[in-house]
Design a protein around this ligand. Structure first.
Ligand code: 26W
Length: 846
């Protein structure tokens, strides 16, 4: 069945801002949003103190039951949101008034985690909130634990988007995040008999107190249908996309408060809703079930986050998500523009920029062309000038399997008008390529946006590069590899587009909030300014030789470890000991991240203890956590191996004094808030050249962990910042990896390391899978295979030696504390504030 654009009844149309809206309406909105002074809601109580707001919320029954802790959490969150309402509205008003350039951060993922604690911190309301809830005999910390993580992301890319939003608000930048309000976020990981089992994440089940629905921003997103061309009396072609099945995008706004600066930015999340026009009509024709099925089809779009963070799976639903986000966001941006500037787009690209978070929203490129041409009647050249003047693309991965290529036939069916535009972009761009490399037809094939080598597909990264004025990688090495490898020819064509923006993490969440003990010490020693200027942490170096300070530093780490011990005991039933070295690797499970290398090392330590070879051995607790993509069999097997090895290690009494090993289920933002302050050693051990940047590495460093790592991603910059005596470097570099690749013979490495040989022998013996013989064969086979891309065996010896150096260093408590301090002190450059300052100055020009 089809639902026609025109079929929408008036009621639903009224809530849409459509390009067809009359001048009259435009004017009234203009007056509302721009007219004269800022007038607040008449009944706005955000000037009340939090205490009064909270009491009113409770008394008015907005909370359900004040004896129920969850309801109290809810009431507190509503009250805190209300505290932000005035500034939120004013921020929007002033940004429009000032005609500041607006940035839209388009991302399929925003991994926000919990909001309460962080919001209170940013607003400076933590103490007041503590007092308020004490009257109900609960403590704030306990209430905070009742909030469900907003897990609207997979890993690095999604969490980066969240850190960026925080930094933008803190730095007073007019940046709006645009994303999807998935009904189900990142799955909950359970471990059953050592295996990962996924459970749906019903994160909204208790209600979501933070968002505000903004029905006046609803837009219609078209799908399916067909294209028509009309030629007007001047001979100009006009394209229309007709017989579409439209889906309503409903805006849910989440406030993003800055740090004590009265700015509140917006994260606008779109939810799909079936149009209202369809059901009655179909129902009258007796097609009730069809009508309901259509409703499902429409509302499916925002039902679930795709849980893979490294391989593209080409699902139609995912494409619909991407287009839904891109179209809704752009329509919203254009509607705002038209309200405030009318239909004159001359200054549009001077006053708007869209940052594409990887290629996931790259379909925004042809969509902006479509809206400008088909809705606002601009010609191709004019539309292209605008589009290519405001798109900027960030690449987050070099892995070829992660590069998105959509089958042309899928576009043909779902987005026929978009396909036409992509073809036209490609034709014009290939013309330029042909001029640049005359007579080189290979270049045309290699660089074409359409890949015709097999089933025709659209290379989304190429589309993004062609249309963007800026293309950036996320760490120095990564950008260099983009220029010399993946996007080499594009770099030759447009060298000026390419730039690096090394990632960062927000010190509000990852230091001030997660590590309050350390934050208090920093306040005392450095003053409170460090939260907004993290380079001030350098000042810690003045205390490197003060014994009392070193003592205090170690005591804080120890207390944080005690907290983590409690969590590990509760979740894994494993006893960690805060006196032991905490050796931690937490991140998505992927072969290139080499959790396997870490597990092999644990097996090696286990064998050492079994052999009684314990002289000078440093007792350690090894922690691994992370989710495997549900369809990634090898990653899931690595989870199982970690759990089985942990079981053997922890049940062997001989290990007790020397080695403990836990796999913590359901790694997420909230878990990291407990983990990173308690970590001594941060494992960043990816095969060189594969990890674009990493951001966990930065969170650990900020919290005083030392890194054991390869020369990969931002590790390189971390090493430079802290110095090589405070970083345990091992393994091949990216060049050596590439060099060895064609000749790789893992057997050579296995034969030349008796330790690795012994580890593999034990693994092969079935020692860790007595009840499930053969299950780890694929892992053993991979390690021994000459085309294992991650070259685990090649780096084992080097890793083991670096781990020995770690142990040696840890024996000297004072030295370790000094190195730990130096790590924190040198982490200032990895604040996302620094990263955002660079986006602002070099790309956004806000
Ligand atoms: C299409 C499936 C898919 C989904 C997500 C492919 C690729 C992705 C992301 C690009 C994966 C990702 O999160 N990349 C990580 O981005 C971080 C932020 O820049 C980096 O720090 C990590 O190194 C990078 O792996």
């Amino acid at each position: 069945m089809t639902v026609h654009h025109n079929d929408l009844n008036n009621e639903s149309m009224n809530s849409m801002t459509s390009p067809a809206r009359s001048k009259q309406e435009d004017k009234s909105v203009n007056e509302q949003s721009l007219g004269g002074e800022f007038v607040d809601y008449p009944h706005c109580n955000s000037c009340d103190p939090l205490t009064a707001t909270f009491q009113r919320v409770v008394i008015n029954g907005l909370s359900r039951d004040e004896n129920n802790p969850y309801d109290l959490f809810h009431a507190l969150a509503l009250s805190v949101k209300e505290q932000m309402m005035h500034d939120w509205r004013r921020t929007r008003f002033e940004d429009i008034q000032a005609q500041r350039k607006q940035v839209a951060y388009l991302s399929l993922e925003f991994l926000m985690g919990r909001a309460l604690g962080n919001t209170l911190l940013n607003l400076g309301l933590t103490e007041e909130a503590e007092q308020v809830v004490q009257q109900y005999r609960v403590d704030l910390a306990q209430l905070e634990t009742l909030e469900h993580d907003a897990g609207l992301g997979n890993g690095g890319l999604g969490r980066l988007a969240a850190c960026f939003l925080d930094s933008c608000a803190c730095m007073d930048l007019p940046v709006t995040g645009y994303g999807i309000r998935y009904e189900y976020g990142m799955f909950t990981q359970k471990i059953v008999n050592g295996y990962q089992v996924e459970q749906a994440d019903r994160w909204l089940k208790g209600g979501h107190p933070w968002d505000v629905i903004a029905p006046n921003h609803n837009v219609l997103v078209p799908f399916y249908g067909r294209c028509e061309v009309h030629v007007d009396h001047e001979g100009r072609q006009h394209h229309t996309w007709v017989d579409t099945q439209d889906v309503i995008a409903v805006a849910y706004d989440v406030p993003v408060p800055g740090y004590r600066n009265n700015r509140v930015n917006t994260l606008r999340l779109w939810k799909a809703q079936a149009t209202e026009g369809f059901d009655l009509e179909e129902f009258n024709q007796g097609d009730y079930t069809e009508a309901v099925a259509y409703k499902n089809l429409a509302e499916q779009i925002t039902m679930v986050l795709y849980p893979n963070d490294s391989s593209e799976n080409g699902k139609e639903l995912r494409l619909r998500q991407q287009y839904f986000l891109s179209s809704a966001s752009l329509q919203d941006i254009l509607n705002t523009w038209v309200k405030n500037h009318g239909r004159d787009f001359t200054d549009f690209s001077r006053l708007n920029v869209m940052q594409l978070n990887d290629t996931h929203p790259a379909i925004a490129v042809p969509e902006l062309m479509r809206l400008l041409m088909d809705h606002y009647a601009l010609g191709w050249n004019e539309a292209w000038k605008i589009t290519s003047g405001c798109m900027a693309y960030t690449n987050h991965t070099l892995l070829p399997e992660a590069l998105e290529c959509w089958p042309v036939r899928m576009f043909e069916l779902i987005l026929p008008r978009i396909l036409e535009i992509v073809y036209e972009i490609n034709a014009r761009y290939l013309n330029l390529v042909a001029h640049h490399w005359p007579g080189d037809s290979d270049k045309l094939t290699q660089m074409s946006i359409i890949d015709n080598t097999g089933e025709p597909t659209i290379r989304m990264a190429y589309l993004a590069i062609v249309a963007s004025f800026s293309v950036n990688g996320v760490a120095g090495l990564h950008t260099q590899l983009l220029k010399s490898g993946l996007f080499q020819q594009f770099y030759a064509l447009w060298p000026d587009k390419f730039n690096n923006k090394t990632n960062g993490v927000t010190p509000r969440r990852w230091l001030a909030f997660s590590n309050p003990r350390l934050a208090r010490l920093l306040d005392q020693k450095l003053g409170e300014q460090w939260i907004e200027d993290l380079t001030l942490l350098q000042g810690l170096k003045d205390f490197l030789n003060e014994d009392a300070f070193l003592q205090e530093w170690r005591e804080i780490k120890k207390q944080n470890k005690v907290d983590l011990v409690t969590l590990i005991k509760k979740e894994c039933s494993v006893d960690f000991d805060p006196e032991m070295l905490f050796d931690v690797q937490v991140k998505r499970i992927h072969e290139y991240k080499r959790q396997l290398l870490n597990i092999l090392h644990v097996i090696h330590l286990y064998q050492k203890v079994l052999k009684g070879n314990v002289d000078n051995m440093v007792p350690r607790c090894v922690l691994i956590a992370g989710k495997a993509a549900p369809g990634y069999a090898m990653a899931k097997l690595i989870v199982k191996l970690a759990n089985n090895v942990a079981e053997m290690v922890n049940s062997e009494p001989l290990m007790q004094p020397y080695l403990r090993f836990a796999f913590l289920p359901n790694y997420n933002v909230t878990a990291m808030e407990k983990i990173c302050p308690a970590t001594d050693l941060s494992e960043q051990i990816s095969t060189a050249g594969k990890e674009a940047s990493g951001t966990g590495n930065m969170k650990f460093m900020m919290n005083g962990a030392l890194t054991i790592g390869t020369l990969d991603g931002a590790n390189i910059e971390i090493l430079e910042a802290v110095g090589d005596d405070a970083f345990f470097l091992f393994g091949m570099n990216a060049e050596e990896v590439d060099h060895l690749r064609p000749h790789y013979q893992p057997q050579q490495f296995i034969e030349s390391s008796s330790e690795l040989f012994d580890v593999l022998t034990l693994l092969k013996s079935g020692h860790f899978n007595l009840l499930e013989p053969g299950i780890f064969d694929p892992i053993i086979y991979a390690i021994e295979s000459s085309d294992e891309p991650w070259m685990t065996a090649a780096d084992f010896e080097s890793f083991r030696c670096a781990q020995q150096a770690v142990a040696q260093t840890y024996l000297d408590k004072k030295r370790w504390a000094q190195l730990s301090i130096r790590n924190t002190a040198s982490s200032g450059g990895f604040s996302s504030d620094a990263t955002i300052a660079a986006y602002r100055d070099d790309i956004w020009h806000v």
